[in-house]
Design a protein around this ligand. Structure first.
Ligand SMILES: [Zn+2]
Length: 292
């Protein structure tokens, strides 16, 4: 028990120190969630390593709010199973002017849009980008269990193949994000900050479905680890969310370190091979633009 208390103090210290930094890499550093096993519960009592104190305290949070990734199928319109092929034009009766609005029923490619408690789901997939935000009180407080388990499996398999993968930032609260974004605006100006940092309520990290891996250095994609991640993350349900050359579509610069959990089925549809991905915006036919 005394040992657990000590771990909590260590975690509190780490959290408070990384929130004070202004350097991008430092701000993003959060404890690695690396477990000893795939089960989120199994690591709670795992023998901590001397330098890995934050890891054991991070795991218990993952059992909180497990329902947040559940697709709101129950509230979807009856026609939700009839997702059209992406090459098929939307129904002519749809009003094109409103297909990207969060409260309309269909995307420009005909996928159903559902909004539940201020959270937008498209064809059952939670969407966070510049068009679609999350409420400040969105209840997620950690990575979702699905995302965490997928990450652990991927990390283990990567290690077996000789690659070290670690999380340097995963869940971030609305208020963490506001602090980070405001710091970037103060440093670089809003236009520049908007290219690489989300405004509060628009970060995928708040959803508990996104992880920044290894390094936010822009040459990270030159590393063997980045190559392995790009070529294999879809097998675990992740996508490279902000691919190279897609800034006009996603609203963000290329981020080879930022992966988003979408589930294996969708991830493998989005994976184009050779480490390249279609964006969620292209696949679903949605925008990523701030309203103001
Ligand atoms: Zn990220």
């Amino acid at each position: 028990m005394k040992y657990k208390l000590a771990l909590i103090f260590v975690l509190l210290f780490l959290c408070s120190s990384c929130a004070l930094g202004d350097d991008r890499t430092m701000i993003d550093v959060l404890p690695d969630t690396k477990p000893e096993t795939v089960s989120p519960l199994a690591s709670i009592d795992a023998e901590p390593e001397t330098t890995a104190a934050p890891e054991t305290t991070a795991a218990p949070e993952t059992t909180a709010a497990p329902e947040t990734t559940a697709a709101p199928e129950t509230t979807a319109a009856p026609e939700t199973t009839a997702a059209p092929e992406t090459t098929v034009a939307p129904e002519t009766t749809a009003t094109p002017q409103t297909t990207d609005a969060p409260d309309s029923n269909r995307t420009s490619k005909g996928f159903p849009i559902t909004v539940v408690d201020g959270v937008t789901y498209i064809d059952g997939t939670l969407i966070v980008n510049k068009t679609y935000g999350l409420p400040a009180d969105y209840p997620q407080k950690s990575l979702t269990p699905e995302a965490l388990n997928a990450y652990w499996q991927m990390k283990q398999d990567a290690a077996a193949a000789g690659y070290t993968i670690k999380s340097i930032s995963d869940y971030r609260s609305y208020y963490d994000q506001r602090y980070i974004y405001n710091g970037y605006v103060a440093r670089d100006g809003q236009a520049a900050a908007d290219r690489y940092s989300a405004r509060a309520g628009h970060s995928e990290h708040q959803s508990g479905l996104a992880i920044d891996l290894n390094s936010t250095a822009f040459d990270f994609d030159q590393t063997p680890e980045a190559r392995w991640i790009a070529e294999h993350c879809a097998e675990y349900g992740f996508v490279i969310r902000y691919p190279k050359g897609k800034e006009e579509i996603t609203g963000y610069m290329y981020e080879p370190w930022h992966i988003r959990y979408v589930g294996v089925e969708l991830a493998e549809k989005l994976y184009l091979g050779n480490g390249e991905f279609m964006t969620l915006e292209e696949y679903f036919g949605i925008s990523s633009v701030y309203a103001d």
